[in-house]
Design a protein around this ligand. Structure first.
Ligand SMILES: Cc1cc2nc3c(=O)[nH]c(=O)nc-3n(C[C@H](O)[C@H](O)[C@H](O)COP(=O)(O)OP(=O)(O)OC[C@H]3O[C@@H](n4cnc5c(N)ncnc54)[C@H](O)[C@@H]3O)c2cc1C
Length: 297
């Protein structure tokens, strides 16, 4: 096993939306950076999660001249389909702030950000294993990792951007006593369901005595559904039949196509912020610094 030493200005750990966005902004600002990602490019480019890019995020990409190249999907419709106990209630956004937002699957945004970053000469390294951060309070921290060929590499840098999500190595590298975790637990969970079911509407939200339900288009042929449920429920209790029945009851209308359900996950709803979001020369970004309920992260 060989050891290779390199230098750069910023090492970005993680190539999710946070890491790739930062990488593109640094590249445009003429600042050297290296992005290290634990997973393969194929895995990252097809990982399904979010589907909404909120207005501020869309405007941010526009301000950086990236909107045409990274924003996929379709703009928000001006009116939201909204039900209370099965009855349609008119719901028009009161400000034009929503006009810039888009329905765009997260993997489309990630794929576009990767294409732009790599196409513009960015240094993005997939399958970087065993990432370790060293000397983060010193003037020149180091990031050590094993590349896909098994070679150990050390990159010395000025700053580290920890963009590796809620379970990454970056925040874990900060001594526990240096960080305060502020959290708010909502007291219920959302069952998130991905199904091969074209949406009746671009988006739909329903408040019902049985709990909240939502449906958001994930491209022309698929939808993400959310069902509010108790914290102590388990995924096994939610058979496909029960899910469709519950969605139809809360929406007060039939679901047009009940296609194959490809994933079911329970997300306890919580908001978490870590303070401070930096330690020495390590800065936390995205889910590594804060998580919010699914939507509008
Ligand atoms: C079901 C669901 C629906 C959602 N809907 C929305 C929505 O509609 N709108 C919205 O804005 N947000 C939504 N969110 C939240 C959004 O998905 C996250 O906030 C977003 O993915 C955070 O991006 P990130 O780049 O910080 O982290 P991530 O996307 O988690 O990326 C972190 C990256 O770091 C890599 N990594 C981890 N550990 C290491 C390591 N040790 N070394 C190297 N790399 C590492 C990971 O492989 C990953 O690629 C949703 C989330 C879920 C789960």
């Amino acid at each position: 096993m060989s050891v290779m030493d390199e230098n750069t200005t910023v090492v970005i750990v993680g190539s999710g939306v946070a890491g790739l966005t930062l990488g593109n902004f640094l590249l445009r600002s003429g600042i050297d950076c290296v992005v290290l990602e634990r997973q393969s490019r194929e895995y990252v480019e097809q990982r399904q999660r979010a589907g909404v890019i909120d207005s501020r995020a869309a405007r941010m990409f526009r301000e950086w001249g990236l909107a045409d190249r990274v924003l996929g999907g379709v703009p928000f419709e001006p009116v939201l389909n909204f039900r209370i106990d099965g009855e349609t209630r008119p719901f028009k956004y009161m400000t034009d702030d929503h006009g810039d937002g888009r329905f765009c699957p997260q993997q489309v945004l990630v794929r576009n950000l990767i294409d732009v970053f790599v196409g513009d000469g960015g240094d993005l390294r997939f399958e970087a294993e065993d990432v370790e951060l060293e000397d983060i309070t010193g003037p020149r921290p180091q990031v050590r990792y094993r590349d896909s060929g098994g070679m150990t590499r050390t990159i010395t840098c000025d700053f580290i951007a920890g963009c590796d999500g809620d379970h990454g190595v970056s925040r874990a590298s900060i001594p526990e006593e240096e960080l305060t975790r502020h959290s708010h637990e909502y007291g219920y969970a959302w069952l998130t369901v991905l199904a091969e079911a074209p949406s009746n509407h671009q988006s739909m939200m329903a408040i019902h005595g049985r709990g909240f339900a939502g449906q958001f288009a994930r491209g022309p042929q698929a939808s993400r559904f959310y069902l509010q449920c108790p914290l102590d429920t388990s995924v096994e209790e939610w058979t496909d039949d029960r899910i469709w029945e519950e969605i139809e009851a809360r929406f007060g209308e039939p679901v047009a196509v009940k296609g194959r359900i490809s994933s079911k996950t329970l997300v306890p709803l919580r908001s978490v912020v870590h303070d401070p979001m930096s330690h020495g020369r390590l800065y936390l970004l995205g889910d590594a610094a804060h998580i919010v309920p699914p939507m509008s992260a």
